[in-house]
Design a protein around this ligand. Structure first.
Ligand SMILES: [Zn+2]
Length: 269
């Protein structure tokens, strides 16, 4: 498969209003006013002709409702709006096991699921049930990953891992113990999906750690790595929850909630 056929999409399926103080770790340290900000919820799609890889699967409708998040689609509903058959999804990368990234896995019962060993080990350990962590995962979704492991549908990776077609998974930790980022080469460009290694561009651009963090030095090191990757020619950085993604890249012609991360010509200057 040539890189020319590859599409990389961000699909916005929900949002919420939050505040800077809730979003940035120890916001009071910076001496700046607290204001409301918008947070978007996305999952990502890498399409290679007839094959589709999902990067995360968003949150489940019931979990979103319980946590009072606005949402309007799930992967199985959103993919056909841009001409992708959900049955073409053969691989799902789970960048980390937070609830807003592991919902809806059951929509793709044939897919292989890839997650870091560190992430899987953490969320299946007693530490994950302590108060600072348990609120960020859904127990039935962690159990789903365990069943997928028993069924031979789970691939556990360490450090760096390259998928067919050259997409690289890089474990960075920080936000969660085994958070991974995903670097996707295309014909003309490289698209780096930070997922929640960077929720908002401001984290990496102003060195502001996010409020939910398992390991602060690892989070800072992830910012350093992502800044270095983004400084390479032809490389785009895609933050995991930032509405600015939808202004830095162009909307998909068929669905305004889908952003085309691929075509360099569509980017704003
Ligand atoms: Zn998230």
């Amino acid at each position: 498969m040539s890189g020319g056929a590859r599409e990389v999409l961000a699909v916005r399926y929900g949002n919420r209003t939050t505040t800077r103080a809730e979003s940035f770790l120890n916001h009071h340290l910076y001496g700046e006013p607290d204001t409301e900000i918008q947070m978007d919820y996305y999952f990502w799609v890498v399409r290679d002709g007839a094959r589709t890889t999902l990067v995360d699967t968003g949150f489940a409708p019931a979990a979103g409702d319980r946590r009072r998040r606005a949402w309007w689609s799930t992967p199985a509903d959103a993919l056909p709006t841009v001409g992708i058959d959900p049955a073409s999804v053969d691989t799902i990368v789970v960048t980390h096991a937070h609830w807003d990234h592991t919902g809806n896995l059951h929509q793709f019962p044939q897919a292989q699921i890839i997650i870091s060993q560190a992430e899987y080990d953490f969320w299946t350990s007693p530490m994950a049930r302590r108060g600072q962590f348990v609120t960020h995962a859904e127990a039935d979704e962690i159990a789903y990953l365990q069943r997928a492991d028993v069924e031979g549908r789970l691939t556990l990776i360490k450090g760096q891992h390259t998928l067919d077609g050259g997409t690289e998974l890089i474990e960075v930790g920080g936000h969660t113990p085994g958070q991974v980022i995903v670097s996707v080469p295309t014909a003309t460009d490289t698209v780096v999906l930070a997922s929640d290694a960077v929720h908002f561009y401001e984290e990496v651009e102003r060195d502001r750690p996010f409020a939910i963090v398992a390991d602060v030095p690892a989070m800072y090191r992830a910012y350093d790595l992502l800044a270095a990757l983004a400084a390479q020619p032809g490389t785009s950085l895609v933050a995991g929850h930032d509405p600015v993604v939808r202004t830095r890249f162009a909307p998909h012609p068929a669905n305004a909630d889908v952003t085309d991360l691929t075509a360099a010509a569509t980017k704003l200057p």
